[in-house]
Write a protein that binds this ligand. Structure first.
Ligand SMILES: [Ca+2]
Ligand SMILES: [Ca+2]
Ligand SMILES: [Ca+2]
Length: 204
């Protein structure tokens, strides 16, 4: 009748009350957690907000959500030079030293930046790096298309049938991940294509 106790029945009642109290505390904690999750979603933590462009340390960061992005990255100007990031398929936000030029264009000073990181998540994305600066790309799920520039491009296609081009420069690495992926190294040497189809420009 009183499991886990061989003493006075009151001990069982006390244990039962303690157990009920713990259950109530857990339930309250879960409720608070659920509210916190709702708040995060309300603040923009949903599946998609806008394409964010900012500079963190020496890296230009481009992060988009689950839409079919059309992103190009260029380097323009003379003094001072700046990056221009455009996504014609999405609205954009500018952080750090970057400035929003139009609803689909953001510019960031080149000074102090020696690398680019792009993450496009889900959707059939198209990304072109015409900047000549080294780039690490994470294309996310979907049938994505990436075209690299004269810098070193290291790109992962993730799920979906992707087309990944390293472009000019040496030591590009294009990795298709799941799906039937096609890779090319472009001009330059020592390009690595971890893809189902490899063009003759993949040296490794
Ligand atoms: Ca994608
Ligand atoms: Ca390249
Ligand atoms: Ca893939």
């Amino acid at each position: 009748m009183y499991p886990n106790t061989e003493t006075h029945p009151n001990a069982a009642i006390t244990a039962h009350r303690r157990s009920r109290s713990i259950r109530r505390t857990v339930a309250q904690a879960l409720a608070v957690g659920a509210l916190a999750a709702v708040s995060v979603l309300a603040l923009g933590g949903s599946a998609h907000a806008a394409t964010g462009v900012t500079v963190s340390g020496s890296t230009l960061l481009v992060n988009s959500g689950n839409v079919a992005d059309r992103i190009t990255i260029r380097k323009l100007g003379t003094v001072p030079d700046f990056f221009e990031v455009a996504n014609t398929a999405d609205s954009m936000t500018a952080g750090g030293t970057c400035t929003k030029i139009t609803s689909t264009t953001v510019r960031c000073p080149v000074i102090g930046v020696n690398g680019i990181q792009v993450s496009t998540q889900g959707g059939d994305d198209i990304v072109t790096n015409s900047s000549g600066v080294n780039l690490r790309g994470f294309m996310g799920a979907g049938g994505d298309e990436y075209t690299g520039g004269s810098g070193r491009d290291i790109v992962n296609g993730d799920d979906g049938d992707d087309l990944l081009r390293g472009g000019g420069g040496n030591n590009d690495i294009v990795s298709g991940d799941a799906g039937f992926d096609r890779g090319s190294g472009g001009p330059g040497v020592n390009d690595v294509c971890e893809t189902e189809f490899r063009s003759s420009t993949c040296e490794l």
